[in-house]
Design a protein around this ligand. Structure first.
Ligand code: CTP
Length: 400
């Protein structure tokens, strides 16, 4: 699906080097040519045979091998993308200072390709003012940073400093080089993600459990396939992909305004956001006090507009409008029945139907969907990571 890229993966001396094996594996599996450059310290964690077997290429380590090929600049010049994973505090400092005392330092200085850095270190080192300043310098120079995540570190401590997961590093990296030959090139896709929040007072709101993961996965997948993506986010739990333009909204009314503004320029609209069906009739200007309200509190709610149903009559015939349906049925036939009824109510071109429950769908990394066309016919089904599901949805809605 994606054209093959020349990718340099620089591995430096941290325990997370073992996770970088996954980065190389995913890139090779996706059909890219990967040249691993390991620093001397990196080889203390994962040895040369592993890198060579996984990348299917001889490993590059030092400046004085193949000098006749001017390798210290050639690898950087040839690269379409450079990923450094893990990047230690020392590596960040060297990159910020432009130090080129090894093959990786030379390669980064010699490349014009996008550079993505995945830091990994202990929390104290990540939060040290020296590292903070180095990261700021790198960002200013246009170097992209993914992570680090918060979580269990080597040893017993936990906190920010854990290298991002291989899938996230690969998505962030490939997102910097949109596929020039992608099947969605030239398509403008508007995607909504997350859950709206309806304020009750300045500190409280009515919300829902949507994490925004499926909408964000759709935005990333569409971007990687060459589409021109705009993402509108209600409340989300996820980090926003930095390669997709996005803006945030809170309420259903704000989401409706944003979608209406962007509708004319879109070829496809995917309403993955979970929209509050009702909002409080009155929003208190001041914090609601329990002393004033007593033992029970009754909220009066009024209906929000149905954004999706409202888009259908506004859309031009060639525009494709896609809805989602989250239903709590476990029975497939009943689920399809609910989906077809919703499709008829909304009038959209496609409906992505998924079963949700207290523990399914929301916030999870995996999803299962059935894709229905306007007639209620099943035109796609997918079960897997939210990225895999996103790709299946994009394929089904653009197949015609
Ligand atoms: N949706 C919308 N505006 C609303 C409610 C939902 O645009 N006020 C959209 C969602 O973005 C989604 C689709 O409609 O694409 C279905 O959302 P869902 O919550 O499953 O359906 P509802 O219409 O809210 O019906 P119900 O909650 O009664 O099942």
């Amino acid at each position: 699906m994606t054209s093959a890229l020349n990718i340099v993966v620089g591995v430096t001396g941290g325990i997370a080097a073992y996770k970088a094996v996954g980065v190389v594996r995913l890139l090779v599996r996706a059909g890219h040519r990967v040249q691993v450059i390991a620093t001397e310290h990196a080889l203390n964690f994962v040895g040369a045979p592993t890198w060579e077997a996984i990348s299917r290429q001889p490993l590059a380590t030092d400046l004085y091998t193949d000098v006749s090929e001017v390798r210290h600049v050639a690898l950087g010049q040839r690269a379409d993308l450079v990923i450094i994973a893990p990047a230690t505090a020392n590596t960040l400092a060297k990159l910020a200072a432009g130090i080129a005392d090894d093959l990786l330092g030379n390669t980064v200085l010699a490349t014009r390709a996008p550079v993505l850095v995945a830091p990994a270190m202990h929390t104290e080192m990540w939060q040290n003012p020296a590292t903070v300043a180095n990261v700021a310098t790198l960002r200013e120079r246009g170097i992209h940073i993914v992570g680090p995540e918060s979580g269990q570190l080597t040893g017993t401590d936990s906190g920010p400093g854990r290298m991002s997961e291989p899938e996230d590093i690969v998505d962030a990296g490939l997102g910097l080089v949109p596929d020039a030959a992608g099947d969605l090139r030239g398509r403008r896709i508007l995607i909504t993600a997350g859950g709206t929040r309806e304020p009750l007072d300045p500190v409280r709101y009515l919300g829902n459990r949507s994490s925004g993961k499926q909408g964000i996965a759709l935005a990333t997948a569409a971007h990687l396939r060459g589409a021109d993506v705009e993402l509108i986010t209600a409340s989300i739990d996820e980090t926003l992909p930095n390669h997709v333009p996005s803006h945030g909204v809170q309420t259903a009314a704000e989401l409706q305004r944003a979608v209406h503004t962007s509708l004319p320029a879109a070829d496809i609209v995917i309403m993955a956001a979970a929209v509050a069906d009702y909002r409080p009739v009155q929003v208190s200007e001041t914090k609601i006090k329990k002393e004033e309200r007593g033992d029970t509190l009754t909220l009066e709610l009024e209906k929000n507009p149905d954004i999706l149903a409202g888009l259908v009559p506004l859309a031009r015939p060639e525009q494709i409008i896609v809805g989602f349906a989250a239903e709590t049925s476990r029975d497939r036939e009943h689920l399809l029945e609910l989906g077809r009824a919703k499709l008829a109510r909304k009038g959209c071109d496609f409906l992505c139907l998924n079963a949700v429950g207290w523990n399914d769908g929301f916030g999870a990394d995996r999803n299962t969907v059935i894709i229905l066309d306007a007639t209620g016919t099943i035109v796609g089904e997918a079960s897997g990571s939210k990225r895999e599901v996103a790709d299946a949805i994009l394929t089904a809605i653009t197949a015609g």
